[in-house]
Design a protein around this ligand. Structure first.
Ligand code: PRP
Ligand code: URA
Length: 209
């Protein structure tokens, strides 16, 4: 069963409330989504492997720790996932970035793929898939199925707001993928939007509505 981590640090709850507020405009929305991604990234990277290295401080020799293990790729699900990339890159500046373009058909709510560009060595990397919204879970599940077909073994999914339906779908389709969210909301409405949620994340990020 996938591990669901709810990262509810007070700073995250505060910023998420601002993001949810419909009177928050695109500029502030973008800034907040970036800040939230950075704060969440701190927990998402908590299990990163370390190795010891010998260094010299100005005072003397010592053995200290640095990040080791597999390299990272951040994979936003377009469009809205783009808003979470810069925050993650601030923490992991050497990460590569792959892009998966999916949109949700408004009638069927099924994901439609329109773009994919991944790092050449994607299967050797630890992947962090980012998308602000986990609603039905169709988009995240399809993106992760695709990544697994490309040979990727290690995947974490990071979303700001999830619906119980999306979590259930991910646990059924991808029990091996750990999920990190800032909040699990009540439910989906009849249009597949998360209630209370934050509205359409892509439109709010890019000012398209
Ligand atoms: C949103 C969101 C997710 C998807 C979640 O994208 O960013 O990718 O919906 O819904 P699901 O869990 O039911 O699949 P959208 O399809 O609106 O595309 P956009 O990011 O291009 O606006
Ligand atoms: N996609 C969004 O952007 N918002 C929702 O609430 C559900 C899907």
């Amino acid at each position: 069963m996938a591990n669901v981590n709810i990262i509810d640090h007070p700073l995250i709850q505060h910023k998420l409330t601002l993001v949810r507020n419909k009177s928050t405009g695109s500029k502030e929305f973008r800034e907040l989504v970036e800040e939230l991604s950075l704060l969440m990234g701190y927990e998402v990277t908590r299990d990163f492997a370390l190795e010891e290295v010998e260094i010299e401080t100005p005072i003397g020799a010592t053995v200290e720790k640095v990040i080791a293990g597999k390299k990272v790729a951040i994979v936003p699900i377009l469009r809205a996932g783009l808003g979470m990339v810069d925050g993650m890159l601030k923490l992991i500046p050497a990460a590569k970035v792959g892009h998966i373009g999916l949109y949700r058909d408004p009638d069927t709510l099924e994901p439609v793929e329109y773009y994919c560009k991944l790092p050449m060595d994607v299967e050797e990397r630890n992947l962090i898939v980012v998308d602000p919204m986990l609603a039905t879970g169709g988009s995240a599940s399809a993106a992760i199925t695709f990544l697994k077909k490309r040979g990727v073994k290690s995947i974490k999914l990071v979303c700001l707001v999830a619906a119980p339906e999306g979590i259930e779908r991910m646990q059924k389709d991808h029990p091996d993928v750990d999920i990190f969210v800032a909040a699990v909301d009540e439910r989906l409405n009849e249009f597949g939007y998360i209630v209370p949620g934050l509205g359409d994340a892509g439109d709010r990020l890019f000012g398209t509505k």
